[in-house]
Design a protein around this ligand. Sequence first.
Ligand SMILES: *[C@@H]1O[C@H](CO)[C@@H](O)[C@H](O)[C@H]1NC(C)=O
Length: 255
Amino acid sequence: MKQSDRKLCIYYNHHHYTLLVVYMMWLLSMNIVVLGIRIPDRIQKDPKDEVVVKTAVFGLGSFWRSESVFGCLDGVVRTAVGYAGGSKTNPEYRSLGDHAECVKIEYDPRVINFRQLLEVFWSNHDSRQVFGQGPDVGNQYRSIIFTNGTEESRLATLSKEREQNRLKSSIVTTQIQPLGPFYPAESDHQKFELKRNHFLLQLIGNLPEEELQSSSLAAKLNSYAAELCPWRTQKRLDAKINDIVRKGWPILQDL
Ligand SMILES: *[C@@H]1O[C@H](CO)[C@@H](O)[C@H](O)[C@H]1NC(C)=O
């Protein structure tokens, strides 16, 4: 965590070796506690989970980023990245054929709906970009919405028309397709932003891969790590995490 690094730096600069030793011991004890305890994913006990979750799949550029765009939203229960929209069976990262990099979002329809997810989709990428997204070049980064049923198809088409009107002369390239097979990507690519942040991984108790992939908390923190939570949420999580660090209470169970 950045703040911890800063602390460490200050301790060095001022030659406060005693404080440094105390700090190192605290870090060590934190590791011991963290490694010793596994926190069951809270969502499993949450009565909310009894509701039938719905699924949405979108492609909007690199799926590392796409997963982070949606993971922090209220009502999003789980996220995963994978390949969809093409014809190749069993695509892989290095040979995904005609598929797009996609995020699969499981959500509680009582809290967030497909229309709201579409708004997040449009506002988090440039639907005018051809053959790529941002710095990423290639057909795998295309803008694409998958729909399940006529109502979703209608909402997607309507939202695309609205986007086209808003952008006037530029052409919205976004494809709309009925949802076909979604092939989950290799585990290296799941919660990619969170996995780069060892401090946050420790903070939730170094969950095994399977739990990490199904965890709502991990989905949130994956967004937080990429600083892609809605602004207010990002600030709230910052405060909460800093508070936990200050108290030396090493396990985060809920956000
Ligand atoms: C598509 O919608 C139907 C009806 O709402 C649902 O039963 C089914 O699980 C959905 N399929 C996917 C892949 O989400």
